[in-house]
Write a protein that binds this ligand. Structure first.
Ligand code: ZN
Length: 176
């Protein structure tokens, strides 16, 4: 028997696999659907979430083909799971608002400044530092409320958009 000879065994094994490629593939696929293997896969996915994500991200950035395939898969998934997609999008937006509460507003203020031709550009770090220096109290009434970006000298009256012309003011004081 040739496969009993260790020298030939490997060659025989490779040859066997080549000759039975389709059959082996079908067998592997079927085996992958067995409950205990499914369970093991799910378990692995649960316990190795971070490293799987890292690996996928690496693959995604490593080749345009992989990226194109991933995009197509994501698109198909979105099409088949519209409700879940909406839910995830909202969750993501909520998370972003929680982590970077002034992000959107700063962009609006910077755009307004450009519109009025006012010099200066605000950053999130500057605004957060300013509000923290006020100990999160309204610069006008001193109450501890959610602060809004307020230009001391208004942009439309020639005020700058530099942080020194900005203070944190509560919603109520910002209106009056
Ligand atoms: Zn106030």
């Amino acid at each position: 028997m040739p496969w009993k000879d260790p020298k030939h065994a490997q060659a025989y094994f490779i040859l066997y696999r080549l000759e039975h490629l389709e059959e082996i593939r079908r067998y592997d696929r079927e085996r992958d659907q067995l409950p205990h293997r499914r369970q093991a896969r799910e378990e692995y996915a649960r316990t190795h979430r971070a490293s799987i994500r890292r690996q996928r991200l690496k693959a995604y950035h490593s080749s345009p083909e992989i990226r194109a395939r991933a995009c197509a898969n994501a698109k198909r998934w979105r099409k088949h799971n519209p409700a879940r997609h909406l839910e995830l999008t909202r969750e993501w937006e909520r998370e972003k608002r929680r982590k970077r509460p002034y992000y959107a507003r700063i962009r609006v203020e910077n755009r307004r400044a450009r519109h009025y031709g006012a010099p200066g550009e605000l950053t999130e770090a500057q605004v957060v530092a300013k509000f923290r220096a006020q100990r999160w109290r309204c610069a006008l009434c001193g109450k501890r409320k959610k602060l809004e970006i307020h230009h001391i000298r208004p942009l439309k009256k020639g005020g700058s958009n530099w942080i020194r012309n900005v203070q944190g003011v509560c919603h109520r004081c910002n209106r009056t």
